[in-house]
Design a protein around this ligand. Structure first.
Ligand SMILES: *Cc1c(COP(=O)(O)O)cnc(C)c1O
Length: 479
């Protein structure tokens, strides 16, 4: 069986490598956002698992003919939607080897190199983004999970491990705070951690959409007066709507004053901290307990890779450690990452990040980040010069939030922009998403795809200008 598989593999592997190369060369020819209808792909796939196997070449052909047609191309340089989940060619190679090794990095013994490379890579990343060396890092799958781990650790610290042991047998009345612009994962995490959506207090923001720390403090005082137990505050470095940056120093001061846990969610913008000029975002880091950012968003390393840093690793381990006989190993003083989070089984994720950092070096990585931010600035400047577009939020890095203004002033501007967005995305030439800021629909252009360049941004500008004319001249939603 192995002989057979290896022969087939050797015979056809070049077709697979060629597919990847061709894919990256031709990526811009595909519609960025998949244009298929719901169920199209589902109906193309046979209804029962095949009884007999298929050769690797035929599988690849079928993949190209059927499945590839239903892909939204996240790696297209014309993908400006959400935040990226970007990858890069060295990352792909690291991922291939991870798959080939197929190791499980849950204890030191199950993967000594996997464990120690993770330890080293997290030290590299900590230094690259300028976090103090009293932070210790561990890779989690996503920011959602990292934030959940942070909330649970805070919960255990403040309940003295009572909830881990006895569940919610007492009433704790915990409260969590974040801004109204903070990510939806915080609410999900609050539910999962047993705190509840209604005990997540969403604080109003300032004009720049960062958290209003006076209102934060007022909310904490009010809760203390009403027998609630303020537990933690989650700050955002880069909200998902508009990349607003909470003042970590001010939030940290409030947390310190009332003895609250402080977690920082820098999922997307954390990558920009590798450039020294953005380090002021983490002024006040000494009053932060845990910090997360996602190299799988903007550090050219394919999904999933979330870098989670904690000030007190003993507290993390005490919260998550569990040691049945079948998992005990005979080596002391080593890291067993199964005790640093939720999963037992863990992929060898450090390898692809190692490939990326080794291949580019930190100098080139900074250059790419700066290039993306400059492209965003260029895009913003072009729109600012025009009277038919309006910028809706301060640009802090590589995201521009804007809307188009209809010629006909009687049209509902929000509806007009939803139609406009639809027109852009169905063109297949670019993919943008939206948010709502101050009740205004804002189109988001996030410039962070690994291989995006000036030409893509120029094409986007031309596209939106011409589609806006089309809309104003009576296209769908027009006058
Ligand atoms: C993307 C994002 C998340 C969620 O990230 P996942 O890794 O997909 O869970 C959380 N917070 C912010 C600010 C984000 O931008």
């Amino acid at each position: 069986m192995k002989e057979n598989d290896l022969n087939e593999f050797e015979k056809y592997i070049d077709f697979y490598i060629d597919f990847i190369i061709k894919y990256y060369k031709n990526l811009e020819n595909f519609p960025v956002k998949s244009q298929i209808n719901p169920q199209d792909i589902y109906n193309l796939i046979e209804s029962k698992a095949p009884e007999n196997g298929t050769g690797l070449k035929d599988i690849l052909d079928e993949f190209e003919n059927n499945i590839l047609t239903g892909i939204t191309h996240w790696q297209s340089p014309n993908f400006f939607a959400y935040f990226n989940a970007n990858t890069s060619l060295p990352s792909i190679l690291g991922e291939i080897i991870t798959a080939a090794l197929g190791v499980n990095v849950f204890s030191w013994e199950t993967s000594p190199a996997g464990t120690e490379l993770e330890q080293k890579i997290m030290e590299w990343l900590r230094e690259m983004i300028g976090l103090p060396d009293y932070f210790t890092g561990v890779i989690q799958d996503t920011a959602s999970t990292s934030t959940l781990i942070s909330i649970i650790t805070a919960r255990e610290k403040f309940s003295n491990f009572e909830i881990n042991n006895n569940g919610f047998s007492k009433l704790y009345n915990f409260r969590i705070y974040c801004s109204k612009e903070a990510h939806s994962s915080i609410e999900k995490d609050s539910r999962i951690a047993g705190i509840g959506s209604n005990n997540l207090i969403k604080i109003n923001t300032n004009d720049d959409y960062s958290i209003n720390t006076q209102e934060l403090e007022n909310a904490i005082i009010k809760d203390l007066e009403s027998d609630f137990t303020p537990l933690c505050v989650i700050s955002a470095i880069g909200t998902t709507g508009s990349t607003a940056i909470d003042n970590i120093k001010k939030v940290g001061t409030v947390c310190k004053k009332y003895d609250l846990w402080h977690h920082v969610d820098a999922a997307h913008l954390g990558s920009a901290l590798i450039c020294e000029e953005y380090r002021h975002w983490i002024d006040g880091i000494e009053n932060v307990d845990t910090f997360v950012f996602n190299p799988h968003k903007w550090l050219f390393t394919n999904f999933d890779f979330s870098a989670y840093f904690v000030k007190n690793k003993d507290l993390l381990i005490k919260t998550f450690e569990i040691m049945p006989e079948y998992l005990k190993i005979n080596v002391d003083n080593v890291i067993n990452y199964k005790d640093w989070g939720i999963q037992l089984g863990r992929r060898f994720r450090a390898l692809k990040m190692w490939f990326v950092i080794k291949y580019y070096g930190t100098k080139k990585l900074k250059e790419i980040i700066r290039y993306h931010i400059n492209l965003a600035k260029y895009f913003e400047d072009k729109l600012k010069k025009r009277k038919d577009f309006e910028i809706l939020a301060p640009r802090t890095a590589n995201l521009v939030c804007f809307r188009a203004l209809p010629i006909n002033s009687k049209i509902d501007i929000n509806e007009y922009n939803l139609n406009f967005l639809n027109l852009i995305n169905t063109s297949g030439k670019a993919y943008l998403t939206k948010t709502k800021l101050n009740n205004k629909i804002a189109l988001r252009v996030n410039i962070g795809q690994t291989y995006v360049n000036e030409k893509n941004v120029e094409n986007l500008l031309n596209l939106i200008i011409s589609l806006k004319q089309q809309l104003d001249n009576g296209g769908p939603g027009g006058t």
